[in-house]
Design a protein around this ligand. Sequence first.
Ligand code: PNW
Length: 557
Amino acid sequence: RLILTQVGPPQHQAKYNLCHGDFKFSPQSKFQKKLYHYGTFPVGFQWGVSTSAYQIEGGWNADGKGSSTWDTFTHKPGMIQNNDNGDVACDSYNKIEEDLYMLRALKVKTYRFSLSWPRIFPNGYRASLNKKGVDYYNRLIDRLIRYNITPMVTLHHWDLPQALQDINGWDNITMIDIFNDYCDFCYETFGDRVKFWMTFNQPHTIAWVGYGLGAFPPNIKKPADAPYRVAHNLLKAHASAYHTYDDKYRKTQHGLVSISLNADWVEPLDVNIPREVDAADRALQFQLGWFAHPIFKNGDYPDAMKWQVGNKSELQGLSESRLPSFTEGEKAYIQGTADVFCINAYTTRRVHHVTSRLSPKSYEFDQDIAIKDVEDSQETAVKELRTAAWGLRRLLNWIKEEYGNPEIYITENGVSTNTATTDDDTYRIFFLKTYIDEALKAHNLDGVQLKGYTAWSLMDAFEWLNGYSVGFGLHHVDFKHPDRPRTPKRSAHYYYDIIRDNGFPLPEEEKPLYGNFCEGFAWSVATASYQVNKIFIIVCIVGIRISAEILTFLCSL
Ligand code: PNW
């Protein structure tokens, strides 16, 4: 519905009326933000929980597994809080039954987990195939199917074989074919049972946090251009893996392929100032649109990105844009390479326009924005991930409008608490109650085609730079105990209730407050003569006099 094809500084004014800000006639007015919506999702809604390999499996060098970039990174002192690492993590490599027990108790329909590439191909290539790694995933998948839990499989959630990083990782164009071959093997091996594939988890994080900020492995700090080159390769690698499924497996396996993208909802500083609204839209385009625009729209980067990076590069005296361009053939190859839209969503931010400095060159400064917290958001154990449930509804609406109402799966959504919180996680209950309700509003009131919700996460796990100090789990894991015992938190019971009820049906105790009076109930209005005003009384008196005269006249006939 929205046409975004103009070249030049984008002026997408019409769109904001639907999605950005508290517009008077917007369905998402100020008032609805605070209202609780009772209702349910349609039958068949896909409720699930999510994890990722490096964060839970452990067994970092068990049975022939190769090293990943995260093994290398965490083994260097000083990189992670308390020098924690994923060597053992939740020990899920040895605890399939324990994990299954939690999944069955929750009665989830889906389980999203990722495959560790170096567990399957220790050096990244097919020739190094590790049968024991394959056996582990076969066992897990078989057990899930046996209990009617649909596996949703992420092919790559950041734990790249170190051997592939040694040839420059995602900054090397040959990775496109190497990744494709790994995916081909996974489809061939697991695709008889796995029908939901995601190529990458959060390519934005790989490109920006890994190669720009350098906070994640491979720890490269080249914010000017490495993230753009890496994203370019990731998009091509994704498209290639999608086409392989299409060409070789779709006909017999009947699954679907997508990619999990992450987005923070971005609210403009002032919705009445077009420049601020443009800045908020630009922020969304630079984060989500970077990947979603090529895949879900036209095979190419958003206009806002092409314009901004192109302009800045010119002002920086470069002969060409730091944002690489696609050939027409590449655009056609990338466009349409996702069967559904998978989104990871956690937080909301507020953005305003600034004219950023030209030096140093950076993806960050290319955006001409400054980021702030939103006022009505709440602090969590991870400082950057404040919660604001209403942002989720707006984000889902933005995706609906921007990408032509695709089917959407929330593949990650959750909140952290300090791991000292073992079971009494009231805040997580509040989080689920409010975030899922906003998702329900998006579905029931706004017509967003939301098909599934996957909570992050099944259990506390290795939380990247934060190590084990914070946990997103519905289950607590005792990381000090050799058996890594898992205990349900209160939120696990609450999520179970939501799944059982398929949302938030109007509670029994509220129902008596809604209803009808009996047949023939006497509806009326009342006045008191003293309370009705003078003019009304004069009109009445005159009326009565005229009526009386007409009556006298009629009688005299
Ligand atoms: C997600 N950062 O992303 C990941 O997909 C999960 O693995 C993770 O556990 C979850 O969020 C909660 O943090 C992240 O920039 C994205 O530091 C970005 C960052 C961290 C995690």
